[in-house]
Design a protein. Structure first.
Length: 178
């Protein structure tokens, strides 16, 4: 039995959505008749290059550009006839996502996984990891097709893992024979 979702959060970083991800999200919305809140968090560190504050006039430009990108993301779902709201926030992305989940009474958070790997997470951290570990509600990671294809290619280049349980069972049988 699956839990019905009524309010779904979808924080975006303006990475283009591939058709597989769009279909997955549309299916989730249809199956649950849920409303979707698509939003972007402007990281405060991105706005202060090298410690120098950005003049206020540029904030408006950043907001307008981010608003246009949000509209593009929402276009994937508007023609689908679902209830969609948009938001633009400032702060640390992981904290803002968790705060919005409470203020919107969300049932589910959708996150896109970019597959940065260990080195990327060490250098820049991982919003997804932080949200997963601290969220009081379910978090669903969606892997874009590009990330999946890279992972599948890496798997094809390696040999399958050995099942050590089977190896132990065979060796125990040999030892127990007279």
């Amino acid at each position: 039995m699956s839990m019905p979702y009524h309010s779904i959060l979808f924080p975006v970083d303006f990475t283009s959505l591939d058709p597989v991800s769009v279909r997955s999200i549309r299916s989730l919305l249809t199956d649950n008749d849920a409303k979707l809140h698509i939003f972007h968090v402007l990281n405060s560190f991105e706005e202060v290059p090298m410690g120098f504050p950005i003049p206020p006039v540029y904030y408006r430009e950043v907001d307008l550009a981010a608003g246009k990108e949000l509209e593009k993301q929402a276009d994937h779902f508007r023609d689908f006839g679902k209830r969609i709201s948009l938001g633009l926030y400032r702060g640390r992305p992981d904290q803002v996502i968790l705060e919005i989940s409470q203020s919107k009474n969300a049932d589910l958070i959708l996150l896109l996984s970019h597959g940065k790997g260990l080195f990327g997470r060490i250098l820049v951290g991982s919003t997804s990891t932080s949200v997963i570990h601290h969220s009081p509600i379910p978090v669903l990671l969606i892997k874009p097709e590009k990330v999946n294809s890279v992972f599948r290619r890496q798997l094809q280049e390696t040999k399958p893992p050995e099942n050590f349980y089977d190896i132990l069972a065979v060796s125990e049988k040999k030892e127990s024979l007279p």
